[in-house]
Design a protein around this ligand. Structure first.
Ligand code: HAM
Length: 436
């Protein structure tokens, strides 16, 4: 390769983001703030407290927690050795880290149920497409210490409440029960028997999974494997009495709460830790990656990761996907904040005075701006326009000496005389409220 070509290639690496990642730019960030604020408010109304866990964990956590036969662990993890040779993985999902943290910090010794929520970035080496990224964001909920179906219904209702509070429509909720290890053993036997007759037609991945995790065959997207699904045995016919009763109770409670759902016996989820109730919230407006939220119960996970036998359950909502749906439905996001006042000045002396005024206004909670680039008066006004300032005020020598100036409403040029005294903030506030 020529030196120039090599340099160009290097520059490309510096100036282009990695495939499957996204910049969330200042112009769009108000959308994220809206969703995060609403999700947080709803979670807190249900008594959830925020938990923040590391971006990376020991690889073993995900191997044990998420499961060795899953696509996530087998193919998608960002795993590397740190400088001491320990295997580290960027978290592909939020549950395992939350479970590790509540065990390690003894939170399961406190009042149960423990209800947590989190915002997290996740990393999965998947083939990027619309709605499928290699770095994405989730808001998640994890409940610990309740095996009651009431908790399953509450968690599903919570996810539904976030979606409703965002104003999102046309989301279908699909639920299923994948039973406990006892009834699942029977089901696995039946599945293996059923799929064995097609052994020579199954794809490599399904063949591999047939022995270790046959339920995942129901999730295979290959044309031939998925054609066998329709006649496959269904888990709901294999549930033991306890699991069946649990599922019936969850459904009864969802009915009472007015949460509409359909039972889809093909929902098996791609992560190994689930037991009993599993669910997905699906949009059909954003292409093939329509699951905007998914979760379920995981009664064995805390123990699997080294804690006591404490049941758990939760969900995670993909923020990129839910924002895509909101954009598609042209929903209102909380409007972007605007600069309240831009103070323009002429020279060093007036610019110092403008800076002092701006400082005071900021202390009172206004978004105020003045020139910090040594620009001409004309350029300052252009900038005030560009940032969409609501008001503008010009400070020259006269204004500074007389402590009086004019507030110019940028939308229509209307000017209002003001005195730069103790009452100024109050006056500005009233004038801003008049506009809103
Ligand atoms: P998950 O189904 O792997 O479950 O992911 C949850 C949600 O994250 C998906 O429904 C989707 O909205 C979003 N998501 C997943 N992968 C991607 C991707 N590559 N790009 C963009 N968005 C994506 C879990 O992560 C479980 N930890 C959920 C859970 C919590 N179960 C119990 N507690």
């Amino acid at each position: 390769m020529q030196k120039n070509e090599r340099n160009n290639k290097k520059m490309e690496l510096v100036t282009k983001k990695p495939r499957g990642t996204e910049d969330k730019l200042p112009k769009e960030i108000y959308k994220w703030h809206t969703v995060e604020k609403i999700a947080r408010n709803v979670a807190e109304a249900y008594g959830c407290k925020e938990i923040r866990t590391p971006t990376f964990e020991h690889t073993e956590l995900f191997q044990r927690g998420v499961g060795g036969t899953t696509d996530v662990v087998q193919k998608e993890m960002y795993t590397f050795n740190d400088k001491k040779g320990r295997s580290i993985t960027l978290k592909p999902e939020g549950t395992a880290g939350a479970v590790r943290a509540v065990i390690e910090n003894g939170l399961l010794n406190d009042a149960l149920p423990l209800k947590t929520y989190y915002f997290t970035r996740c990393f999965r080496y998947e083939a990027p497409q619309s709605g499928r990224l290699r770095e994405f964001n989730q808001v998640g909920i994890e409940y610990f210490g309740t095996a009651s179906p009431a908790a399953d219904a509450e968690v599903i209702a919570l996810a539904n409440d976030i979606i409703k509070s965002l104003g999102v429509k046309n989301i279908s909720i699909e639920i299923n029960s994948i039973g406990c290890p006892k009834c699942r053993a029977e089901y696995h036997k039946a599945l293996k028997e059923y799929y064995s007759q097609y052994k020579d037609q199954l794809c490599g991945t399904c063949l591999e999974r047939l022995d270790r995790n046959p339920m995942r065959l129901l999730d295979c997207k290959s044309e031939i494997c998925s054609s066998f699904k329709k006649d496959a045995p269904m888990i709901l016919d294999y549930l033991c009495d306890d699991c069946r009763e649990h599922f019936e109770n969850v459904k009864k409670r969802l009915d009472v709460l007015g949460v509409s759902y359909t039972v889809n016996p093909l929902i098996v989820r791609g992560l190994d830790y689930y037991t009993n109730t599993v669910f997905e919230f699906i949009s059909n407006e954003i292409g093939s990656q329509g699951a905007v939220c998914a979760g379920g119960r995981y009664n064995g996970l805390v123990e699997e990761i080294g804690g006591n036998s404490v049941p758990g359950l939760g969900f995670a909502m993909g923020l990129e996907r839910i924002i895509m749906v909101m954009e598609n439905q042209k929903l209102e996001f909380e409007p972007e904040k605007k600069c309240d006042l831009y103070i323009a000045s002429f020279d060093d002396e007036t610019s110092i005075y403008a800076m002092e005024l701006v400082q005071k206004l900021r202390e009172e909670g206004f978004w105020a701006e003045c020139d910090i680039s040594g620009r001409s008066f004309k350029a300052q006004m252009k900038y005030a326009n560009k940032i969409g300032a609501t008001y503008c005020m010009v400070i020259g020598g006269d204004e500074m000496n007389t402590k009086s100036a004019k507030l110019k409403r940028m939308s229509d040029g209307t000017e209002t005389p003001v005195t730069l005294d103790d009452k100024f903030c109050e006056k500005l506030n009233t004038m801003i409220l008049e506009i809103v």
